[in-house]
Write a protein that binds this ligand. Structure first.
Ligand code: CUA
Length: 293
């Protein structure tokens, strides 16, 4: 940053200087041959326009590559206590905790003061995983797994996003990273590992039957039931998430309802078809999903 400001200052100063001198004699002309000032300005062009940029950019490249990039790299798998796997989809993030059953979407939890190794890959096109407050971007490239480190000192909520244009709803492909105190993180992970809660009450039980036997289960999994689709997000603990559709809408009753009935209105082009259910069926589905904490 310091180098960039210095360079900009130099360029602007030269620009002002040459503007001030624009009508002076000695800056070239077409009728009197080469003047001494013309030779000087040629040196200026060669030194400041060609040599200086090569030197400065090469130096920045070496410094960036040898020192800066290294500090943002993912720790070796042996040097960390936690590895998570984030998979980009059009247009949401699948989040897995290898070695556990926990699968979630768009809302990543990590423990504070712990270097976390994040493996990133994609189910379809190139996305880019970016949590600006925690580290640089890393692309998700088909057929490859890249790694990056997330290491947060302060517990809190950090917003991340997809930083590579990936289709119609690229702008609605955000995520939250929740940095929890380690003990709270362990409790969260233990709960995420559990299968889904049983429906409480007759309406919610209807909702579960509708979900499992209807079209929902061909795309979504709810662990502990027969729903095991993998096109859309795992909904085992969907009610414990704060948002829906990759942070597009808050996760509350009204928005959940609207999402089921007309997700194409909320997020056009997403893979979920609108589900035109009569009111009672919709109530049942919503009651069931709201219980999946
Ligand atoms: Cu995914 Cu942009």
């Amino acid at each position: 940053m310091g180098g960039a400001w210095l360079g900009l200052g130099l360029v602007v100063a030269l620009l002002l200087w040459s503007w001030k001198r624009r009508n002076r004699r000695g800056w070239g002309g077409d009728d009197e041959g080469q003047k001494p000032g013309e030779k000087r300005s040629w040196y200026a062009v060669v030194v400041l326009g060609i040599v200086a940029p090569i030197v400065v950019i090469s130096a920045l490249f070496v410094v960036g590559d040898l020192f800066v990039i290294k500090t943002t790299q993912a720790p070796a798998s042996t040097a960390t206590r936690l590895t998570i796997h984030v998979i980009g989809h059009q247009w949401w993030w699948e989040v897995r905790y290898p070695g556990t059953n926990a699968v979630t979407a768009n809302e990543i939890h990590i423990p504070a003061r712990t270097p976390v190794r994040v493996l990133v890959s994609t189910a379809d096109v190139i996305h880019s995983f970016w949590v600006p407050e925690l580290n640089r971007k890393i692309d998700t490239i088909p057929g490859r797994t890249n790694a990056i480190e997330l290491d947060a000192d302060q517990p809190g909520r950090y917003r991340g996003l997809c930083a590579e244009f990936c289709g119609l709803q690229h702008a609605h492909m955000a995520m939250y990273v929740f940095v929890d105190e380690p003990s709270a993180f362990r409790r969260w992970l233990a709960r995420e590992e559990q299968p889904a809660a049983d429906p409480s009450g007759a309406v919610a039980a209807d909702g579960e039957r509708l979900f499992v036997n209807g079209p929902c289960s061909s795309c979504h999994a709810i662990r502990g039931t027969e729903a095991d689709g993998f096109v859309g997000p795992d909904l085992t603990h969907v009610a414990s998430r704060t948002t829906l559709a990759a942070l597009t809408i808050p996760n509350d009753r009204e928005n959940l309802r609207e999402w089921i009935v007309s997700s194409q209105h909320v997020k056009p082009g997403n893979l979920m078809p609108d589900f035109n259910a009569p009111g009672s069926k919709l109530d049942a589905l919503v009651a069931y999903l709201e219980g999946l904490r």
